[in-house]
Design a protein around this ligand. Structure first.
Ligand code: HEM
Ligand code: HEM
Length: 237
């Protein structure tokens, strides 16, 4: 039976008249005849030409689907193609913990998103109802947001390196610019409000409200990368 390296396998992705192959537990299957794989991308998210062993847990079906398609070879052991740009230590680590390839960033981003939006909301409530408790709540939420946002940025840089090979797309560029803006704003607000507990400056209130569109845009650009909006003219049926 033919042996495939991950470099060879990656070319069997349905493009340029090539057949569609996928690997599961080191067995390579030809799924070209499946309408669900003929485009090379299964269910709009699983690319062919690679080992998908780790991804089956996301499927609504089990491994019985492989019985319908012929095995055409076996996959040679070695780091998968999509990790080869990383230093060997990181390649090994990500093979032991495949979850760390994509999950840390989306897991962590919820914290700055929720805390910083909460800080904006409570400053609005303070402006409406003039209750000092709302202003203090806003400040504490802001502190939690400011503590968690660097973790979101570091994991963002990591997923950009692991999954996008540091390719500077427009969305990534915007995310880096907005992250720098957010960091600067956080430093200013911490020192300003920290040394002025009886804050009355309208500029401070405006800056706290601005946190919401900034993290909102960071999340929006991220979401557009993970789940790109389908253009209506490309939707079939
Ligand atoms: C979000 C993840 C996934 C979804 C929603 C999904 C969905 C589906 C559905 C609805 C079918 C048709 C079910 C059937 O005929 O019994 C199917 C078939 C299949 N899936 Fe998946 N799947 C996912 C992930 C995967 C992965 C990771 C693999 C490979 C490791 C895979 C391999 C297959 C194969 C080989 C078939 C048979 C295709 C056919 O008979 O035409 N799927 N999938
Ligand atoms: C506080 C700052 C940040 C927030 C709130 C944020 C938020 C998000 C969100 C909500 C997603 C979508 C996750 C998903 O739907 O699974 C995302 C994805 C992403 N973000 Fe960020 N992000 C931040 C900073 C960064 C930075 C500094 C970078 C580095 C360039 C970055 C790079 C990415 C990439 C590459 C994705 C796509 C991940 C993937 O496809 O697996 N993010 N971000």
């Amino acid at each position: 039976m033919k042996e495939f390296t991950s470099e060879e396998l990656v070319t069997f992705n349905g493009k340029d008249g090539k057949p569609v192959y996928i690997a599961f537990e080191r067995k390579v299957y030809d799924v070209s005849k499946s309408p669900l794989w003929s485009s090379g991308l299964h269910m709009n998210r699983h690319p062919s030409g690679k080992d998908l062993t780790g991804e089956i847990s996301a499927a609504p079906h089990g491994t019985e689907v492989f019985e319908r398609y012929p095995q055409v070879g076996i996959l040679k052991k070695g780091p998968p193609e999509e990790l080869k740009h990383l230093p060997p230590v990181l390649q090994d680590l990500l093979q032991i913990f495949p979850m760390a390839r994509r999950h840390p960033h989306p897991m962590i981003v919820h914290f700055p998103l929720a805390f910083l939006m909460g800080a904006s909301l409570f400053i609005l409530l303070h402006l409406l109802f003039k209750k000092p408790a709302f202003e203090i709540t806003s400040f504490y939420l802001f502190i939690l947001g400011a503590i968690s946002s660097p973790f979101a940025m570091v994991t963002g840089l990591l997923t950009w390196w692991v999954n996008y090979r540091l390719k500077l797309t427009l969305f990534v560029k915007r995310k880096i610019q907005l992250s720098i803006l957010l960091l600067i704003l956080e430093i200013i607000l911490i020192f300003w409000r920290g040394s002025n507990p009886a804050m009355t400056s309208p500029l401070y209130f405006i800056l706290v409200i601005l946190l919401t569109p900034i993290v909102g845009l960071l999340g929006y650009y991220g979401g557009q990368m993970t789940f790109p909006t389908e253009k209506s003219d490309t939707v079939k049926g």
